[in-house]
Write a protein that binds this ligand. Structure first.
Ligand code: HEC
Length: 253
């Protein structure tokens, strides 16, 4: 192969790569996450769920406990209800599990979660939608070492840590009939109910996702306020500058 041909090939691959990556993005439809970043009660419930169910394995290295003041909690409330590890209120949300050990147990190390809502956003939906669908997408699969599989994250290493709440789903085939065609599609079916009803479970996950989104950008509310101040200050400066210009030039003409 000549050097020219090789170059052409490299260019072709470079041009095609983004299209291929998009195609591999998956054909799973994401459910829209019903979250509201201004709902403090929901964020507080979500923080509690996160500490109780996720922080054992995942850390949130960019998140300090006292950042939870931003969702309306006092330092004492944070210490009493959310810190179980003997950490201080100004500490980062870290865990003590050794990443090497967790890799042995689950085949993969649990990633750090403070930026997860941002990293999972794609053309198929926001990071929140992905998380909302993921945490509701676990189903029984005897072929997996953990006994679980997931619709949006096939062959995931993480077990279904919320199964007592959600119950057990299975993947089952359903025939869909349309005008002149018949096809089958795979749907999730709740086989054994959990401690929560499906509606309650969806709400539980929504609160948790609301909190994960807050962690990705804890300063959002403050930044928006600062932005308004900056705009107003710029406006005032403009008026002042214009008045000055008029003053300086009024005798020139
Ligand atoms: C028993 C340990 C454990 C617990 C508890 C746990 N996870 Fe995981 N999690 C993992 C492991 C291991 C992975 C890596 C899976 C892989 O890469 O296959 C993972 C992966 C993830 C991912 C995918 C990250 C990515 O984009 O690759 C998300 C999101 C996630 N966990 C969220 C959560 C949430 C939310 C909770 C709390 C409800 C939670 N996890 C509780 C072990 C755990």
């Amino acid at each position: 192969m000549t050097a020219m041909n090789t170059l052409k090939r490299i260019f072709a691959v470079l041009l095609l790569a983004p299209a291929l990556a998009l195609a591999a993005g998956g054909d799973v439809k994401l459910d829209r996450a019903p979250i509201n970043p201004d709902d403090q009660a929901s964020l507080q419930r979500g923080a509690r769920h996160f500490v109780n169910y996720c922080l054992n394995c995942h850390s949130a290295n960019f998140m300090r406990y006292n950042r939870l003041r931003d969702i309306g909690l006092t330092d004492q409330q944070i210490l009493d209800n959310l810190v179980f590890t003997g950490a201080k209120v100004g500490d980062l949300m870290k865990i003590s599990m050794d990443p090497k050990e967790s890799k042995e147990w689950f085949g993969a190390a649990p990633p750090e979660l403070s930026l997860i809502a941002r990293s999972r956003s794609s053309h198929a939906g926001s990071g929140a939608d992905w998380l909302y669908t993921y945490l509701r997408g676990y189903y029984r699969d005897a072929e997996r070492p953990t006994g679980w599989n997931n619709t949006v994250y096939p062959n995931v290493g993480m077990p279904h840590v919320l199964w007592e709440l959600q119950g057990e789903q299975v993947l089952s085939e359903r025939k869909v009939q349309g005008a002149g065609f018949e096809k089958s599609e795979l749907v999730l079916k709740l086989e054994k109910p959990g401690n929560l009803t499906p509606v309650e479970y969806d709400q539980f996950v929504a609160d948790l996702v609301n909190y994960l989104v807050f962690m990705s950008e804890p300063a959002r509310a403050r930044r928006e306020t600062i932005g308004m101040f900056v705009l107003v200050a710029l406006g005032l400066l403009f008026v002042l500058a214009y008045a000055l210009k008029k003053e300086y030039w009024k005798d020139v003409h």
